[in-house]
Ligand binder design. Structure first.
Ligand SMILES: [Zn+2]
Length: 62
């Protein structure tokens, strides 16, 4: 649904709890709506993981 993706566009992702995994003591998961990789930013906040791809250094997935 487009409506839910609008929420994602504003950074209100909804993490898929079944996708959560722990790596290096940090929790990672995926948004259940747009599949954006998320990391646990603490205080129950899930923030998009900043990806560093070649040529896309400053790109931040939301
Ligand atoms: Zn999302």
């Amino acid at each position: 649904m487009k409506l839910s993706k609008i929420a994602c566009a504003f950074g209100k992702h909804s993490v898929d709890t079944q996708s959560i995994r722990v790596k290096y003591g940090q929790q990672y998961g995926r948004c259940q709506r747009c599949a954006t990789p998320l990391e646990d930013g603490g205080l129950n906040q899930w923030v998009p993981v900043a990806l560093r791809d070649a040529g896309l250094d400053h790109r931040r997935l939301r």
